[in-house]
Design a protein around this ligand. Structure first.
Ligand code: MEV
Length: 348
């Protein structure tokens, strides 16, 4: 049976095929027994992009950091077997993997991970997912849920995976969420440390010389990354020269920011100015929104050293550079300006 399943999983090309194949396999899938002592849960953090969003899709560098204050969690339980079940608690969904619709990202990451671990899919397991990461707001919720799933399955089957392996598996699912993802979200979340990222190149871990405080403000507006990325792509196709120029500007800012962050006694005032400059280019790229501008202005008025949108834009989150002294006032100002959620995090 195990051989049969692995063969089926290897042939797996599209989630539609997965659906059909799993329906057939469930009938004689094995049960998981004696797993009580196994580690059955894992978590993964959120993330924010500090510099370089969008430009990173076009080969320029970007910088991102994990946000440990919000987490996705995956827990495996055995249950009386009527197939492998997915319980997405936040979304109040409970369904059999075999009944997952085509292109379901959860089904895809589960199938890919079983295939990678060379394990047969059991008939009596439940995967329960919870998350405190707001959905669709640029905090990496999709990549974090996928990462927690891969980690939980890897631990459950006692098959440790490196951060590179986790990241590569999650990247496959990011393509469903994002269309043409750069890979920065899966990388920063799987490695759980600040990264300097260039698409297709080995990850560069960053050394944060002087830890600094970020205040993250949520507009409450869901912004599907693939839509913003797709819209920008059509504008880039219409006028590549102008948009390549914008991406080059962002690239220069990101490189300067890296130097500041990594050098001793980082000049945080200068770093804040670079955030403002990056944001100005994102405005020219058509990525901001009135609500983002409102929150960014509120952060400036409350004493932020710099502020910018973070992630795909059009909604989602903004970030403000604070000092330990100003963080509270900035958080309050963001809430008063209409942020539906505020996170204060230390980058180190
Ligand atoms: C999304 O978190 C960041 C974007 O640059 C898209 C990507 O890198 O894939 C907007």
């Amino acid at each position: 049976m195990a051989v049969a399943f692995v063969q089926l999983a290897k042939e797996m090309v599209s989630p539609t095929q997965v659906y059909v194949r799993f329906v057939r396999v469930q009938a004689y899938a094995p049960s998981v027994r004696g797993r009580e002592k196994r580690i059955n849960k894992a978590t993964a953090p959120g993330k924010v992009i500090l510099f370089g969003e969008h430009a990173v899709v076009y080969g320029r560098p970007a910088m991102a950091v994990p946000v440990l204050e919000v987490q996705a969690k995956a827990v495996l339980h055995s249950r009386r077997g009527d197939g492998f079940r997915i319980v997405a608690a936040n979304l109040e969904r409970d369904y059999r993997l075999a009944d997952a619709p085509p292109n379901n990202p959860l089904a895809k990451i589960i199938c890919l991970t079983y295939q990678y671990l060379k394990q047969p899919l059991p008939s009596n397991l439940e995967l329960r997912l919870t998350s405190t990461i707001p959905l669709g707001r640029g905090l990496g919720s999709g990549a974090a849920v996928s990462t927690a799933i891969v980690r939980a399955l890897a631990m459950f089957y006692d098959h440790p995976l490196s951060a590179e392996e986790v990241s590569a598996l999650v990247y496959e699912v990011e393509k469903i969420h994002h269309g043409t993802p750069s890979g920065i979200d899966n990388t920063v979340i799987a490695f759980e440390q600040p990264v300097y990222f260039v698409k297709g190149k080995p990850i560069q871990r960053m050394h944060v010389s002087s830890p600094f405080t970020l205040v993250i403000g949520d507009t409450g507006m869901v912004s599907p990354t693939h839509r913003v990325v797709g819209d920008l792509r059509s504008r880039w196709q219409a006028d590549p020269q102008q948009y390549e120029g914008y991406f080059d500007e962002i690239s220069a800012i990101t490189q300067q920011a890296r130097i500041i962050i990594e050098q001793p006694d980082s000049d945080l005032a200068r770093l804040g100015k670079l955030m403002n400059e990056n944001h100005e280019v994102l405005v020219r790229l058509g990525i901001s929104s009135p609500k983002l501008e409102q929150l960014i202005q509120a952060a400036h008025q409350a004493g932020a050293l710099g502020a910018k949108l973070s992630g795909a834009g059009w909604g989602g989150n903004m970030i403000a550079l604070a000092t330990p002294q100003t963080a509270k006032a900035i958080a309050k100002a963001l809430t008063q300006a209409g942020a539906v959620g505020v996170i204060v995090t230390k980058v180190k």
